[in-house]
Design a protein around this ligand. Structure first.
Ligand code: ADP
Ligand code: MG
Length: 444
């Protein structure tokens, strides 16, 4: 994997010129984020950070990641329907982790009342890194599976054109043609459209639960646009709006602003800070309804780190902690959180482990072996930062979609990929957290 795009550059000025071209193409293609400073309604945007070059990924690993996606869809769906497994796996976690406990509480309430929802829709993304084996060959290792708000399917549909542009500028036409086309937003929208159709009410809408301030709105709009092209209308509302204007009728059909909702698509609600008391009440209302939730509360729980640990059952706790304390650089400690920036490494991890060692609180964390990919050179482009080549590592995500009606699976597929790349020194964090940037796999 030694091919280095950097060797095509003559000097620093050449790099800057190429970066300028890439940024302008990214802006033109709609690889956009709203800027931090401006309120959500503003028309001030910048490009979403991305790599100047596509990163080399072995085709065999790319194929392998695609090949297992449908099975991961089935696994998530099966776990979500197994209340006993969820209860057993999360029992120690919910004693110590308030957020998981609240989600679990809603899950219990819905089960007790009886689940009104009959159509189930999963839009997930399974993430991997390329572990460098002792013989130097890379292997696919799963980082996590995201079952709620899995993002960047929209922007990832627009980045191939940017990298093709860069390689064309360098007169690498054949190489440009090797960059895979990718359209996750279309596949995700097809899943939503299928669930909407099975819900079976021509005038019902899709309700996108949105955050008040959303920088990544263009990613979401890409999916909305695909739905509108199929004559399916989307309304964006916050949890607060649902709490004020949402209601259920006697059949537990969901209405918001007087309009019936067929599908609820969460792009909010995966972190504790996103819930006020009012928001928890809104979430409960949504879960009690017969609308198709994406995800329903059980599927969100199926995506917790604790469930992932149980599914890949590792060594017993005490033994694993001893190992991690002896070789901290080989492990990562994860709380039950999503969204990046929560994991503990190195000295921080050691301190936490010392503190948690014999306490019950340790059940709210999972300990995972650290994946050590082979670093490579690329240039990370961020608004306001100078372009320069740095040592990087990548994370590959595969988007999966499934729809189930009662016991019958009516859709199960993979719908595209996301490659994110970050400078080697950054342990944690994704694109939204400002660490990783958008990329494309260059299959080799
Ligand atoms: P989150 O739900 O916050 O996205 P992740 O499990 O994806 O949590 O961890 C966040 C980031 O931390 C990942 O994107 C990856 O860069 C890094 N990371 C997580 N697990 C590992 C691991 N086992 N080895 C190396 N890096 C990891
Ligand atoms: Mg992640």
């Amino acid at each position: 994997m030694a091919t280095s795009w950097g060797s095509l550059l003559q000097d620093e000025q050449h790099l800057e010129e190429l970066a300028r071209q890439a940024m302008d193409r990214a802006l033109a293609e709609g690889v956009l984020l709203r800027t931090l400073q401006e309120p959500s309604s503003s028309d001030v945007v910048s490009y979403a950070p991305f790599t100047l070059f596509p990163s080399l990924v072995p085709s065999a690993l790319l194929e392998q990641a695609y090949a297992v996606q449908m099975d991961f869809n089935l696994l998530v769906d099966a776990v979500s329907q197994n209340a006993a497994f969820l209860e057993q796996t999360l029992s120690s976690t919910i004693k110590r982790d308030d957020f998981t406990a609240r989600l679990f509480d809603i899950h219990k309430q819905v089960l007790k009342e009886g689940i009104a929802q009959t159509v189930f829709l999963g839009l997930n993304r399974s993430d991997y890194m390329f572990q460098c084996n002792t013989d130097g060959s890379p292997a696919l290792k799963q980082i996590e599976i995201n079952t709620i708000s899995a993002s960047f399917g929209g922007l990832a549909s627009r980045t191939p054109a940017v990298h093709r542009h860069v390689l064309s500028v360098l007169s690498k036409t054949q190489e440009a043609a090797k960059i895979l086309s990718n359209n996750p937003s279309k596949g995700l929208a097809l899943g939503i459209a299928k669930a909407w159709e099975l819900y079976g009410s021509a005038n019902a809408l899709v309700l996108l639960i949105a955050q008040e301030k959303e920088r990544n709105i263009f990613d979401q709009r890409a999916i909305e646009n695909e739905l509108l092209a199929r004559n399916i209308h989307v309304i964006r509302r916050r949890f607060e709006d649902v709490s004020e204007k949402g209601s259920l009728d006697q059949d537990r059909r969901l209405f918001v602003d007087g309009q019936e909702v067929a599908v609820v698509y969460f792009r909010d609600g995966y972190m504790p800070s996103q819930y006020s008391l009012q928001n928890w009440e809104a979430r409960l209302l949504l879960e009690r309804s017969c609308a198709v939730k994406c995800p329903d509360i059980a599927t969100q729980l199926a995506g917790t780190k604790k469930v992932q640990q149980e599914l890949s059952r590792g060594e017993e706790g005490d033994q694993a902690i001893t190992k991690a304390l002896a070789a901290p650089s080989r492990f990562v400690l994860k709380p039950q959180r999503e969204g990046g920036g929560n994991n503990l490494y190195g000295e921080e991890m050691v301190q936490a482990l010392e503190r948690l060692k014999d306490s019950e609180e340790r059940a709210s964390y999972i300990l995972m072996e650290k994946i050590e990919p082979e670093p490579f050179g690329n240039c990370l482009l961020r608004p306001g930062s100078p372009a320069r080549m740095v040592q990087c590592i990548s994370e590959l995500g595969i988007f999966g979609v499934y729809v189930r009606q009662g016991k019958t699976l009516v859709m199960n597929k993979h719908v595209g990929h996301l490659l994110r790349t970050k400078a080697m020194e950054h342990a944690d964090g994704g694109v939204a957290a400002g660490v990783a940037v958008l990329d494309n796999p260059y299959p080799v």
